[in-house]
Design a protein around this ligand. Structure first.
Ligand code: ATP
Ligand code: MG
Length: 476
């Protein structure tokens, strides 16, 4: 009943500006690719339910089913059984076509969030901006979204700012609308695991095969609607080795300033994705080349504009890339602690010059840097607590006598502190010998550890002898 009503309300009407743009931005390419594909093996639904989408069969796309997650399969199956359409969408299909194992799977459906929620016992409704459902299978979560409509539709709950930025777009729509509001052609593919068919509304398949990242619609309009798409273009092209198509690339430099209006928390999320993509070094170089730094991305300013700490920050990014590409986890707190370390060192030095002892000076500097930077960069409290710990442990690595090194090994943040120490050594801030000492010490057995300890050079605190009580002599 509700489904029928929604179908009637949202029977596809394209958003005028985008639909117009998509047919004018690259007509020769589109016509060319489409005819090439249809001639080969793609099947075009002209009057079918999918309004001219290309249908790409398994024999063409050859997606390796072993790369699919069971949870995603169960989700689409569950929705199909209940009579709904359901597809794996977005980055996962793109990654599968590039023969990469997707890091997560999203599903799009014509069922409403409430309907999805009712179908899966272990699921929950989330999201304020747009309601989604998280379906849980063991430790895997599948994000299920209802096809979204254009923010230009009169119905629904949508809002656009003066610059054209979409502030709110809580509108359901058809699969055609849903494809149209996605960012890149490569991200607008709908894979049905049951039929193994991919629906392709914007020639994303051909673009992926040609190594191209192309924005859907008129680039200027799409970047104005959501300036974060410029960052996504740079991040995804660096991560996937795709070239940003010329007309998608051209407006970026002149529209970069629109990023100033994006809420800091969204910029933070996107920068975090970029730093943890496994391709942070290339992404940072690409952002610089696209003039997307300088005052627009506070976090990037921190990376690029510190003459003293540049080597340290670059080593930290390289180290993070290596960890991620090796399938290890990378802790965002560690990354932020690295990005701000040299700012910390300056503040620490200043407090010592003012006459503070090393440890209280370190704590003062930590609070100062976190207070000024965490807000600017929108670093959440849950990260700052660990940053403090990583920094706070650093002076303890310089104490190699007595019981202290043993105590440090048992500290819950020892590993992060030690990795941080190694970066400091590799950047030339501390002698390599110190890092090597800790590596050996941590791996040695009890006796060998004791033999490694250095003589205690810290002056022993002199025990004060208790003063003899003096009894006041009171004159008689
Ligand atoms: P990643 O591999 O980094 O997760 P992704 O493309 O999957 O890349 P997500 O943020 O997970 O990125 O988004 C999932 C999908 O949602 C995208 O593939 C795209 O179709 C759509 N999408 C995400 N962000 C935007 C945006 N700003 N504008 C339009 N569509 C978007
Ligand atoms: Mg994704």
């Amino acid at each position: 009943m509700i489904k029928k009503l929604l179908d009637r309300i949202f029977k596809s009407k394209h958003a005028p500006s985008i639909a117009h743009a998509s047919s004018t931005t690259h007509p020769p390419h589109k016509a060319q690719q489409r005819s090439k594909l249809s001639a080969k093996s793609a099947h075009k639904h002209v009057d079918g339910p999918h309004h001219g989408a290309l249908s790409i069969a398994h024999k063409t796309h050859k997606i390796d089913r072993d790369l699919l997650s069971n949870a995603a399969l169960k989700t689409t199956e569950g929705l199909h059984k209940a009579g709904f359409e359901a597809y794996i969408v977005g980055g996962a299909v793109r990654d599968l076509l590039l023969n990469r194992r997707p890091k997560d799977f999203d599903v799009a459906t014509d069922a409403t969030p409430e309907q999805v929620n009712r179908i899966f016992r272990r699921s929950r409704l989330i999201g304020k901006r747009f309601r989604l459902v998280h379906v849980l299978f063991g430790d895997e979560t599948i994000e299920v979204s209802t096809f979204r409509g254009s923010h230009l539709e009169a119905a629904g709950d949508a809002k656009v700012s003066d610059s054209g930025r979409i502030i709110r777009d809580n509108v359901f729509g058809s699969i055609v609308d849903d494809a149209l509001r996605r960012d890149f052609t490569a991200n607008a593919l709908y894979y049905n695991p049951a039929s193994q068919e991919i629906l392709d509304f914007h020639n994303g398949y051909a673009d992926i095969k040609a190594g191209i990242l192309r924005i859907i619609g008129k680039p200027e309009t799409r970047y104005a609607e959501d300036p974060v798409r410029m960052l996504r273009a740079v991040r995804l092209s660096a991560k996937l080795g795709l070239n940003i198509e010329a007309s998608s690339q051209a407006p970026i430099a002149k529209m970069a300033n629109l990023l100033e209006d994006v809420p800091p928390s969204r910029l933070f999320d996107e920068m975090l994705k970029l730093f943890l993509s496994g391709h942070a070094m290339e992404s940072v170089a690409a952002l610089r080349a696209q003039h997307l730094h300088h005052g627009l991305l506070p976090m990037l300013d921190v990376v690029l504009e510190q003459p003293m700490g540049e080597r340290f920050v670059m080593l930290a990014l390289q180290n993070t890339d290596e960890r991620i590409l090796a399938g290890k986890s990378a802790n965002p707190s560690f990354l932020f602690a690295s990005l701000l370390w040299h700012e910390m060192l300056v503040a620490w030095e200043n407090h010592k010059k003012d006459g503070q002892h090393a440890i209280p000076a370190l704590h003062l500097a930590t609070s100062e840097v976190i207070a000024s930077q965490a807000e600017k960069l929108a670093i959440h409290n849950r990260y700052t607590a660990t940053m403090r710990e990583i920094w706070g442990l650093q002076p303890r690595f310089e104490q190699r006598a007595g019981k202290r090194p043993f105590a440090l090994l048992t500290h819950p943040r020892y590993r992060a502190g030690y990795d941080f120490l190694l970066l400091r050594c590799a950047s030339g801030e501390l002698p390599m010998e110190l890092g090597e000492w800790w590596t050996t010490f941590a791996n040695a057995d009890g006796e060998a550890r004791t033999a490694m300890l250095q003589a205690d050079s810290t002056p022993k605190k002199r025990r004060k002898r208790p003063r003899k009580k003096t009894t006041a002599i009171t004159p008689e």
